[in-house]
Design a protein around this ligand. Structure first.
Ligand code: TA6
Length: 306
């Protein structure tokens, strides 16, 4: 016998939705269609949210899964085709334009094996500053035995659409010094902290300083191995050939908004993306789906993900 519920709630000054399925709980803000938290009752969270998250309109919350679109990161570090979609690329902020605007609830579905919710955004109905193109986004979150996140972009205009994007997922970890990431061994990556040099990953990823890397053509199956919490977070993606691994460590943590100085020790971003050579170009009426499945194993063995 499964139990499932969907409830609209106010969190601070944000309109949010709380989805429950058995002992799993998912919290999403309508602003940015941003997942704020995800986890199982009585256990450490899976998706991390800063204790200093402001929960008020106008800014993305620190944590959860911000949607970075129609560009990821610094627009000027994006391919020219993505930059050219913006009328003033020099003035553009980081991580696109939709993570701090209200999306529209499109629907809720309660099934036997899951509960799902979909939010949408339409650039013709909510124009974006200096980005005059016709696109529609829909973000569907499906909460069952695992959490499925699916972001679809449709070109509803008459001209080609070029964009980069990321599901900027913040994961909770027991202690960043002790976790590792499996699935990136032998991957090429861009070391953004050392002049964007191209490097190659040897073995699992371990953390002993600020880490901000763009992995190219990663495996669709990644795992966060957390020995202290005796658990593995499994990530299975599709529609993405690039992934960002980020931890701010001590110094950058002190420069981040909504972020306790010590919080870097208990969070890790693994962001499934379409960036650099993996940007998306859609012809009119074309669409692209970026999706990630997230689930927990309460064990440490590196299993083949299914
Ligand atoms: O995805 C990694 C990153 O680009 C970092 O360099 C850091 O800036 C992080 O995103 C957070 O960006 P934000 O704009 O949310 O503070």
């Amino acid at each position: 016998m499964t139990t499932a519920s969907v409830e609209r709630i106010e969190m601070g000054s944000l309109t949010c939705w709380s989805l429950c399925f058995n002992n799993s709980k998912l919290l999403i803000a309508e602003q940015g269609a941003q997942i704020l938290s995800y986890g199982n009752e009585g256990e450490p969270p899976i998706i991390w949210l800063s204790e200093q998250a402001e929960l008020k309109p106008g800014n993305s919350q620190r944590g959860g899964v911000p949607v970075c679109w129609p560009w990821f990161g610094d627009l000027l570090r994006n391919p020219q085709t993505v930059q050219a979609m913006h009328q003033q690329p020099q003035q553009a902020g980081a991580h696109g334009l939709v993570r701090s605007i209200d999306w529209t609830l499109e629907g809720v579905e309660q099934l036997e094996e899951a509960v799902s919710i979909t939010f949408c955004y339409n650039s013709l109905e909510q124009p974006l500053a200096h980005w005059p193109h016709a696109a529609e986004l829909s973000l569907t979150l499906r909460l069952g035995e695992r959490l499925s996140i699916s972001l679809v972009c449709r070109n509803i205009g008459q001209q080609p659409l070029a964009f980069s994007q990321a599901l900027h997922s913040y994961f909770a970890v027991s202690d960043i010094h002790q976790v590792s990431v499996e699935g990136l061994q032998d991957c090429d990556y861009i070391e953004t902290l050392e002049d964007w040099q191209l490097r190659k990953q040897s073995g699992a990823v371990h953390f002993n300083g600020e880490t901000d890397r763009i992995y190219l053509k990663p495996s669709a199956k990644l795992q966060v191995i957390d020995p202290l919490w005796q658990r593995t977070i499994n990530l299975l993606s599709s529609g993405s050939q690039s992934a960002v691994v980020w931890n701010p460590w001590i110094d950058k943590a002190q420069r981040l908004s909504q972020f306790d100085n010590a919080a870097w020790q208990q969070m890790l971003c693994i962001e499934h993306a379409n960036v650099l050579d993996d940007i998306v170009t859609l012809a009119p009426e074309g669409e692209h789906r970026l999706s990630v499945d997230i689930w927990l194993d309460k064990q440490l063995t590196h299993q083949a993900l299914v």
